[in-house]
Design a binder for this molecule. Structure first.
Ligand SMILES: [Zn+2]
Length: 419
């Protein structure tokens, strides 16, 4: 039995996405065929198509054969019709960007937002997103959705955070999708940052020919996005890929997760900064890092990375050791998953580039020889944009869905309406 078309805003949006998808998958297609496939009423379909035509997302491309009455008008998708918005959240900086519907990046910006308080942080983020969307350059075409790459364990389907070790306990169970959708008035998709980056690498980076890959995100935290047989590996609760909490040092530093000696507690940016601050007094005065410290009175991770290029300097020795641990961790990961390639990205990627030989040697030493030999390890070419491009890809992935998933969405929207 066909149900009445939805009139709540949410249902309308879900149905609108579903109709765009079906047109993309079956173009050219008529309104009548869309109504038959979705179970939505002809007036509901006509209403949605009117909006999509006005927005330029869909175009009329001629007439179909007559099946008795008037010849139906055929519709097709216009890939140049709009944009998607991507966000990558970190503790102090949020990266935002836009892509066209082929995921070509059209914008990338870094915004300082303190994300220790979810409500405050997301309110500011929503304001930034709306401001950018209203800029002159974006006036002509619509935005179709917002993707969010988020650091932490998620209930990605519900758009909720389970726990974010890097952002703090105030994010536990916080409904990011719900809050942002209310603020921005647009569909929001959320995924763990490393998983989103892996998706960007697969679709738009160095892995377009590669169905099995691992993206290792080296930043404040350390985690991996694993794609096996062209699907993001989620795990039973969606938490697969937490390699930052691989145990690498017996009785090592205390980790935010509560254990000791995790990879992240030794090789994450906060751990590196902490070690440098503790040891600064014993670094010789002629060391390049100590000189920077004397000059500026403070040190950033960029300073440590840049001075690590000088052989035998404090930073060089420190990051060399970090690279050995990272290599060992990658050896474990490739032993588990046997990917074709591993991409190293995140804020520490420039350092990984200087020490790539150390990383590769550690991989060769610790991984199964046949696997190590056949795995290509490289630095991500998407650099700092991987998270944002992955976030944009989340929206596009929803736009490029297979029919079975689309119809499930329509059904869900209709049930939602009835409940
Ligand atoms: Zn840990």
């Amino acid at each position: 039995m066909k149900k009445a078309p939805g009139n709540s805003k949410y249902v309308k949006k879900l149905n609108r996405m579903a109709v765009i998808n079906l047109i993309k998958n079956h173009e050219p297609i008529s309104r009548q065929q869309l109504a038959e496939i979705t179970g939505l009423t002809p007036p509901a379909i006509s209403g949605i198509i009117r909006e999509l035509l006005e927005a330029g997302i869909v175009k009329e491309v001629g007439l179909d054969k007559s099946t008795g009455g008037r010849r139906p008008i055929k519709l097709s998708f216009n890939p140049d019709a709009g944009y998607v918005f991507g966000v990558e959240v970190t503790r102090f900086e949020t990266f935002v960007g836009t892509c066209d519907l082929k995921n070509n990046p059209t914008d990338f910006r870094t915004i300082k937002i303190d994300m220790s308080e979810p409500k405050k942080g997301l309110k500011k983020l929503a304001a930034v997103v709306k401001e950018i969307m209203n800029e002159e350059q974006y006036k002509e075409k619509p935005f179709l959705g917002v993707g969010v790459a988020f650091p932490g364990l998620l209930y990605a389907f519900e758009g909720k955070v389970k726990r974010s070790i890097n952002l703090g306990t105030s994010w536990d169970f916080f409904p990011v999708k719900q809050v942002l959708e209310k603020e921005i008035d647009m569909p929001v998709f959320i995924e763990n940052n490393s998983k989103a980056s892996a998706l960007a690498e697969r679709w738009f980076g160095g892995a377009t020919e590669c169905r099995d890959l691992v993206y290792v995100n080296l930043g404040e935290g350390i985690s991996a996005g694993v794609i096996i047989n062209d699907r993001i590996l989620q795990g039973a609760q969606g938490h697969a890929g937490e390699i930052g909490h691989m145990s690498i040092q017996k009785d090592g530093p205390l980790c935010n997760c509560g254990n000791r000696g995790c990879l992240e507690s030794v090789c994450g940016i906060p751990a590196i900064m902490r070690k440098v601050k503790n040891e600064i007094s014993i670094i010789p005065d002629n060391d390049p890092l100590k000189k920077l410290w004397a000059e500026k009175g403070e040190i950033s991770i960029e300073d440590i990375i840049s001075s690590s290029r000088i052989k035998n300097s404090y930073s060089h020795n420190l990051l060399k050791q970090v690279a050995e641990y990272i290599g060992k961790a990658i050896a474990n990961v490739i032993n588990f998953y046997n990917p074709e390639c591993v991409f190293i990205g995140g804020k520490m990627a420039p350092a990984a580039k200087y020490f790539i030989d150390i990383i590769k040697t550690a991989v060769n030493t610790h991984a199964f020889p046949e696997i190590a030999r056949s795995t290509d390890i490289q630095i991500s070419s998407l650099q700092e944009k991987a998270g944002v491009m992955g976030a944009c890809a989340l929206v596009l992935r929803d736009l490029f869905k297979p029919d079975s998933d689309i119809l499930e969405d329509v059904q869900q929207a209709l049930n939602y309406e009835e409940a």
